[in-house]
Design a protein around this ligand. Structure first.
Ligand SMILES: [Zn+2]
Length: 201
């Protein structure tokens, strides 16, 4: 993808995440891959509703910054997911309220309460707590790199997708499922035979 187009698209999705209440203030970080070696990522410490395309930071998968600006402190797990999954074009990390409530309680998301959860998310692991920005956190996330979405204990949520829109849709669905679980938490998940059928769709 052309760098200028990518910058514009990433800024649009950051704004959408912010407007949908999926991230608040400067929380979270989002990235979009340009090619096998390079990607752009949101800068450190900026409100996601106000980001301009030119503020996104260009980096390579070796962790080198190739443009102006200071990249997000969480660049490590974005790089880890891009390296593990050549098909992943986008990684989104935010602190949506209901996802974070479950993560603070150390509760796993029941993504099989509805068919949509199974189809869009599959199994969603709960990654243990490590300090934000640490190598240990990046390694723990990399340990679940085959998952479409995950929660991080006492922290928030991560999704990845083959497009920016897919990563966004998964984050929106993840927060919906987390909210659903808080409202209907004692409901059973779909039966295993149905989960199996839906997983193939
Ligand atoms: Zn975070």
């Amino acid at each position: 993808m052309n760098e200028q187009t990518a910058r514009t698209k990433l800024a649009e999705v950051c704004r959408l995440l912010y407007d949908r209440n999926l991230t608040v203030s400067a929380g979270g970080n989002m990235s979009l891959r340009l090619n096998e070696k390079e990607f752009i990522i949101t800068p450190s410490g900026r409100n996601k509703g106000l980001l301009r395309p030119d503020e996104m930071v260009l980096m390579n998968l070796n962790g080198r910054t190739l443009s102006g600006g200071k990249p997000s402190v969480e660049k490590g797990f974005h790089i880890a997911l891009f390296k593990s999954n050549p098909d992943t074009a986008s990684v989104i990390h935010c602190h949506p309220l209901y996802c974070t409530a479950l993560a603070v309680r150390g509760e796993k998301i029941k993504s099989a309460l509805t068919p949509e959860g199974v189809i869009l998310l599959g199994d969603v692991p709960l990654v243990g707590y490590f300090t934000p920005g640490s190598k240990k956190l990046a390694e723990a996330v990399a340990g679940h790199s085959s998952c479409k979405a995950m929660l991080m204990e006492r922290h928030g949520a991560i999704t990845q997708g083959r497009t920016l829109e897919e990563a966004f849709n998964r984050m929106e669905e993840l927060e919906f499922q987390a909210k659903l679980q808080m409202l209907a938490g004692d409901a059973d998940e779909l039966p295993p035979s149905e989960i199996k059928r839906l997983s193939k769709m």
